[in-house]
Write a protein that binds this ligand. Structure first.
Ligand code: NDP
Length: 237
């Protein structure tokens, strides 16, 4: 039976590229996100991708996905995003709540729901998509920086708690990646402002660059744990 990989946030950007890449590596891929139309198009192109409507902020949605799986060998906690660019002193509580709910608690819900299956697999791998924003701070980063630090801490703690069990925990921390959605949600839909971000760093990473790193990490021999990969565009300080 082929190994199964679950990728959250697979309807665009890094998640979509990762779903394609893991399918090419021979995994059955369960691709989850809220925009089912986009997942359907992806699945029509790649037969080993199964589209599943998933909202990582809703426990019942996460539980339904977990119940539908016969097995899970790889979980990629990718769903996430940044909402707003205000200084901390002016940060909106609803933005911070949303960033925590998707990035941090979304990853926690998925992890709790699928960890038993990752252990059962005998060679499970959990990938946590953090960011260079989880390694330092920057002005206007506020809630996103805090959420990505929290995800990193969750991954580190989990790895310690699971030492001795057949599960590996991998953190992938990209710098600037040019994706469709990320900068746009950060600038509240202002596409011109989003485009200017990428002008500041010529040669941002692509989603495929990150998908490559994920695919490499999850296909190492089972005794090899890649704790963390930090991947930046060459031009990013
Ligand atoms: P995109 O906006 O292109 O993709 C985000 C994905 O998350 C979408 O597929 C979206 O799907 C999904 N998503 C959002 N909310 C939910 C939810 N509640 N339930 C399920 N899925 C959800 O951004 P990226 O590809 O750039 O970002 C992917 C990950 O990479 C994020 O965790 C981000 O923080 C991280 N990252 C991005 C960087 C960048 O520069 N782009 C740099 C470092 C890290 P849908 O709306 O259909 O639900």
């Amino acid at each position: 039976m082929r190994k199964t990989a679950v990728v959250t946030g697979a309807s665009s950007g890094i998640g979509e590229a990762t779903a394609r890449r893991l399918a090419a590596e021979g995994f059955e891929v369960v691709a989850g996100a809220r925009r089912h139309d986009r997942l359907d198009r992806l699945a029509a192109e790649v037969p080993s991708i199964r589209p599943v409507t998933l909202d990582v902020t809703a426990q019942e949605s996460v539980d339904a996905l977990a119940a539908s799986l016969e097995r899970c060998d790889v979980l990629v906690n990718n769903a996430g995003g940044a909402f707003g660019m205000e200084p901390v002193a002016e940060g909106r509580l609803d933005d911070w709540q949303r960033m925590y709910d998707v990035n941090v608690l979304g990853s926690l819900r998925m992890t709790q729901a699928l960890l038993p299956k990752l252990v059962e697999s005998g060679d499970g791998v959990l990938v946590m998509l953090t960011s260079t924003a989880g390694l330092s701070a920057y002005e206007g980063g506020g809630g996103y920086v805090a959420a990505k630090h929290a995800q990193r801490s969750m991954a580190e703690t989990l790895r310690l708690e699971l030492v001795g069990q057949p599960v590996r925990i991998v953190e992938i921390a990209p710098g600037m990646v040019q994706t469709e959605g990320f900068a746009v949600t950060r600038f509240r839909g202002d596409e011109a402002a989003a485009a200017r971000v990428y002008e500041g760093v010529p040669g941002p990473l692509t989603s495929d660059d990150v998908a490559d790193a994920i695919a490499w990490s999850v296909t190492r021999p089972s005794h090899v744990n890649i704790d963390r990969l930090v991947i930046r565009p060459r031009a990013q300080a």
